[in-house]
Structure formats: structure tokens, C-alpha cells
Design a protein around this ligand. Structure first.
Ligand SMILES: [Fe+2]
Length: 239
């Protein structure tokens, strides 16, 4: 299984603090059936790691995993905060792509004009870039205006739910919105967004999605679609 969103790299953001933290996360992910992880440290003005730094840390961690006999494949990525400069930086190749394909993991700000979001998404789509919106279920603008999800989706966005949102780790309002997005078929991917102190929760999420939407949907969101993204193929939904 592929995990598209994970703060496993040591010492770059609020994720793993050091190599010991990285190894602990790797063991937790392997126990959940994950064999490939896209490392997605925050790139948001507070944490400003660049693509070369991320690539260097990925190489370091692959050696660390090999030394400890952990069969976990790591790919470079980033969780990029949307602001006024993001599109221009992406055009210049200054931002890390998601897993080395023409895609980025985008974190929306808590408040933004819907029209601005729609235009940005359309520009990225026109470039052939797949924009994956991180945890829409935790974004205040989308929670306040659920139709905005459809607007952004129509403009080309795809949505990644965080697994632990479904077991209430971010509160009941987030859990309920996550479930409503699933019922509305507005989610393409589920990932861990693993940080210290949070659980991977992918197995639990799979069971919950199966109960809400069926086995095929659970398989698509946790297995087929993340694999397809990294292979440059189309994702699947069950309608
Ligand atoms: Fe994240």
C-alpha cells in the first residue's frame, strides 16, 4: 500500500524529530501494510525546506531503513501551503512535486476567496498538474461552504482524506464532514498524514469506508488511486 502524505523525514518540520522518530514511524507504517511512503514535509513559510534538502533526507532515510532491515520505499514530496506565490514557484520548478510525478500536495489556507481558489486550480490543471488537496475535512473554508469542494473539484482538484479523521482524532465535526465527503464521492485518496503522537489508522479507515461506501471504494481510495497517481494513471471512484 502507498501512503501519499506523511511527515516521516527527521528534523525538517513538526514531523519526526530525529532518526529514532523516523524509524518508529516506519515500523508503524509497515505494520499497517504500507510499503511505499511519499515524504511530505511542510513547505509553508514556517518550514521552508527545498526540494534538494528533501531529496537528501530521503536518501539518508533509505539508508537508515536498509541498515535496520525495514522494507519501506520512500519517495520525495512536500505539503505545500497555498499562498500568493505558490503557482509562480511551481512554474519555476522551485517546489517539490508529489512522489516525482507531475502532481503536488496542496494545503489550503483556512480562509480564501472561492473564485481565487477556482482560478488557481484551473491554471494548474491547464499545465497538466494533478493538484491533491490535503485533508479537506479539516479546512474551515470547506467546512463552512461544502459546495466549494465541488467548485474546486470541477476546476481539477482531487482530495485526500486523512485516515485518523475518520476515527474522531480531530473531533466530531471533522469526522462528520469527512464522512459526508465520502458519501458525496468527493474523495480520491486516503493517507496517514502521520505526525508524532498521531496514529496511522489506515486499516481502521479502510473498515469505516467499507461500511459507509463498500469494499470497492475502500480499495480505490487506499490502494488503486494512490498507486495510479504515482504511475501517472487515472484514479477510480465508485458512483
Ligand atoms: Fe500533513
Amino acid at each position: 500500500m502507498v501512503d501519499l502524505h506523511c511527515h516521516i523525514l527527521p528534523g525538517l518540520d513538526d514531523g519526526a524529530a530525529d532518526d529514532a522518530g523516523t524509524l518508529k514511524m516506519a515500523e508503524e507504517l509497515l505494520a499497517e501494510g504500507v510499503d511505499t511512503v511519499v515524504a511530505t514535509p511542510h513547505v509553508n513559510g514556517v518550514y521552508t525546506c527545498d526540494a534538494a534538502t528533501i531529496q537528501g533526507k530521503v536518501g539518508h532515510c533509505q539508508e537508515l531503513f536498509a541498515d535496520h532491515g525495514l522494507p519501506l520505499r520512500l519517495l520525495p514530496g512536500g505539503e505545500i501551503a497555498m499562498n500568493g506565490d505558490t503557482l509562480a514557484l511551481w512554474r519555476r520548478g522551485a517546489l517539490p512535486s508529489l512522489g516525482g510525478v507531475q502532481a503536488l500536495l496542496l494545503e489550503l489556507p483556512p480562509h480564501f476567496p472561492a473564485e481565487r481558489g477556482r482560478r488557481l486550480l484551473e491554471e494548474w490543471s491547464a499545465m497538466g498538474t494533478v493538484v491533491v488537496i490535503a485533508h479537506p475535512e479539516r479546512n474551515p473554508a470547506l467546512m463552512r461552504d461544502p459546495k466549494l469542494v465541488e467548485t474546486l473539484r470541477y476546476a481539477g482538484a482531487r482530495f485526500q482524506l486523512t485516515a485518523s479523521s475518520l476515527d474522531g482524532q480531530f473531533g466530531l465535526a471533522v469526522r462528520d464532514f469527512a464522512e459526508s465527503l465520502l458519501r458525496r464521492r468527493m474523495v480520491e485518496y486516503v493517507a496517514s498524514d502521520l505526525h508524532p503522537g498521531r496514529s496511522v489508522s489506515l486499516k481502521k479507515a479502510s473498515k469505516r469506508i467499507k461500511k459507509l461506501c463498500g469494499q470497492e471504494m475502500a480499495d480505490n481510495l487506499l490502494q488503486h488511486n494512490p498507486n495510479a497517481l504515482l504511475a501517472g494513471e487515472t484514479c477510480r471512484l465508485v458512483c
